[in-house]
Design a protein around this ligand. Structure first.
Ligand code: SF4
Length: 372
């Protein structure tokens, strides 16, 4: 069953590590919202007859949208796509935007899952990242959100230079004690051309230490397992029954339609992405044109994508899928992975190749070595 992703390209201020597409000016918000609605109509055939199972407002900062904006977008989707009555509808929200009124509005328009960009409960870390919110807001916004939503996930970042293991433990412990059923935890990555990249080059900020990041990831896996969370994808942990349906659909290779500037779509064999420029996006859509580029995946690329994404999940690479869906000799593939089984980076269970905790530290490299 397909999904819809909406890219809302607005933020209050630029976090120093971020390389997503966004602008800090809300000047053209109404035009972008109108264009997203028009694009939904132009793209209504993309998902075929499939019932939409998940809708995801990402960005950017979708919590900057007004109730009317969200209503307009969701009504358009409901009008032009068959949407499951129990669809998971997620909104990414930053702590500084969260008020009781906004939470009520989000519930009223049909949002049933919140993804909160918390990153840290320590003020000095938030300032180091140039986040718009404060540590006190991180905590109070979660407590308030829990009065309205039970399906909440928060993002945390580890491996930033100021984050000691003790502080990392405190961040994770706080999330667990608040009863958050889902956590996404990301190692801080220094992306090229971001302000963080520049500041590190100018020696105005310390660089990240990959060994310290690995150590914090190993600690994280230990703490989350002890707290009863499933480590169902390399960066994602959920209490049983609280996995993200939207992200799971990506990892299962299901069809998704991305709407909005810079949004990506995938239909099983072809990727397409919208121009990463709000003005060009709006101008094209207003003319009834789709500002997209496309790439058709070869059978080898489809296989490699499966290897890459499946290896990052708790279920691992299923040898029968390699065989049935990708025409790969499963015995030969298993032989290729034998070295990692021998070194304890991969375990084999019920016909699946699954990364161990040590293997998860090397996930990308292991996947690449298994590519065709
Ligand atoms: S709020 Fe999110 S999208 Fe916006 S700059 Fe920060 S990390 Fe990037």
């Amino acid at each position: 069953m397909p999904s819809i992703y909406l890219h809302i390209p607005f933020c209050k201020q630029a976090c120093h590590y971020c390389n997503f597409h966004f602008t800090t000016s809300l000047h053209y918000k109404d035009d972008v919202v109108a264009a997203i609605c028009k694009e939904a109509v132009l793209q209504k055939e993309y998902t075929g007859k499939g019932i939409i199972e998940t809708i995801y407002f990402g960005g950017g900062t979708p919590s900057l949208l007004d109730k009317d904006d969200l209503e307009q977008i969701l009504q358009t989707i409901h009008m032009h796509f068959p949407v499951d009555a129990n669809a998971e509808i997620t909104l990414e929200a930053n702590p500084d935007d969260i008020t009781a009124k906004k939470l009520q509005d989000w519930k009223a328009v049909g949002i049933n899952r919140l993804s909160m960009g918390v990153q840290s409960f320590f003020e000095e870390d938030l300032q180091w990242m140039n986040r718009a919110h404060h540590a006190t807001e991180a905590l109070s916004s979660i407590k308030l959100a829990l009065d309205y939503f039970d399906n909440i996930t928060i993002d945390l970042i580890y491996g930033s230079p100021g984050l000691t293991n003790e502080k990392w433990k405190e961040n994770v412990k706080t999330a667990i004690q608040l009863g958050i059923p889902h956590l996404s935890c990301y190692a801080l990555t220094v992306e090229p051309k971001t302000p963080l990249d520049k500041l590190i080059r100018l020696q105005q900020k310390a660089d990240v230490d990959p060994d310290a990041q690995s150590a914090q990831f190993l600690l994280l896996m230990e703490w989350m397992a002890a707290a009863g969370y499933e480590h169902y994808e390399i960066s994602n942990f959920a209490k049983p029954g609280w996995r993200s349906k939207h992200n799971s659909a990506y990892w299962q290779g299901k069809t998704y339609l991305g709407l909005g500037p810079a949004a990506h779509s995938f239909n099983g064999h072809e990727r397409q992405w919208n121009v990463s420029n709000n003005n060009l996006y709006v101008a094209a859509i207003q003319k009834g044109e789709l500002p997209i580029e496309k790439e058709t995946l070869t059978p080898d690329q489809q296989l490699n994508e499966y290897v890459m994404t499946a290896l990052r999940t708790m279920e691992g690479i299923q040898l029968n899928i390699l065989d049935e869906k990708h025409g790969v000799d499963a015995i030969a593939f298993r032989k290729k992975a034998a070295g990692y089984i021998h070194t304890g980076h991969i375990t084999e269970k019920n016909g699946c190749l699954i990364l161990t905790n040590e293997g998860k530290l090397l996930a990308d490299g292991i996947a690449a070595s298994l590519f065709v």
